[in-house]
Design a protein around this ligand. Structure first.
Ligand code: SF4
Length: 248
């Protein structure tokens, strides 16, 4: 992680970027939540695929307790609404999904279930572990009634509201494979090398960092505009890049 993150977020905020949120595995959030809130961070999305400590370690090489402490601090310092991002896996969703629903409901968090992307060197493994969100949502609807919530057209998640263990809970479904949301996509990504991606699946990023030092402002703006005009819905949902390197 970038050192000096709170100061960086403070500068982004002062540049007038509007609401700033952070997607994180929360492994160091317990120590940083207070500083991040003071630096004008609005809220966090936290990756949490399972509440099983062994599976968590297999997936992340990290410690579940660190992430759980990070979630606690995020709530305590008002980085809310906290949204949990959970990637669905065929082999474990029947245990993980009910546990995550209970965990989120009891703490007033939102949870979003995400279909596994078949990308990078783990594409074959991902194909075997993939399960459609529709299967999980169908299962959920055999247990509770769900009410779909209206969402903004550029939101990647379709959201249901339901009651779980007596608590009102919002559950999002992010379905890049079974029901892509590319037509409303307004996302841009900048990786840690300063390359700009108009799409997660695009193999052709713009070397923004280099252009900023080599081009005067008008040419730089022109280059970014032309790059963005080439944003297309991808023909296939796969990429050789890893999600971790692009921030997917
Ligand atoms: S695949 Fe590309 S266009 Fe589709 S939602 Fe993802 S980033 Fe947006």
């Amino acid at each position: 992680m970038r050192s000096g993150l709170p100061g960086f977020i403070q500068r982004l905020s002062e540049a007038g970027l509007g609401e700033i949120s952070l997607t994180t595995n929360a492994s160091r959030l317990a120590d940083m939540a207070e500083d991040l809130k003071a630096a004008s961070l609005a809220r966090v999305n936290i990756s949490l695929d399972t509440l099983n400590a062994g599976r968590f370690r297999d997936l992340t090489s990290g410690l579940l307790d660190d992430t759980l402490s990070g979630i606690e601090s995020a709530v305590a310092f008002g980085l809310t609404p906290v949204k949990l991002n959970a990637v669905l896996r065929r082999s474990s969703w029947r245990e993980d999904v009910p546990e995550l629903l209970g965990f989120a409901a009891e703490r007033g968090l939102q949870v979003r279930f995400i279909e596994l992307m078949r990308t990078g060197p783990t594409a074959d493994w991902a194909a075997g572990e993939y399960i459609s969100a529709a299967v999980v949502r169908d299962w959920l609807q055999t247990i509770v009634s769900t009410v779909p919530i209206l969402r903004s057209p550029d939101s990647p998640a379709r959201v249901d509201e339901l009651t779980w263990t007596g608590h009102l809970l919002r559950v999002g479904w992010i379905t890049p494979h079974s029901n892509p949301f590319c037509d409303g996509c307004n996302r841009l990504r900048l990786d840690s090398s300063g390359r700009l991606y108009r799409c997660l699946m695009d193999p052709d990023p713009l070397p923004l960092n280099d252009l900023m030092t080599s081009l005067p402002q008008p040419e730089l703006h022109k280059a970014v505009r032309e790059y963005m005009q080439g944003k297309r819905i991808p023909a296939v949902m796969s990429t050789a890049g890893t999600m971790a390197s692009i921030g997917g």
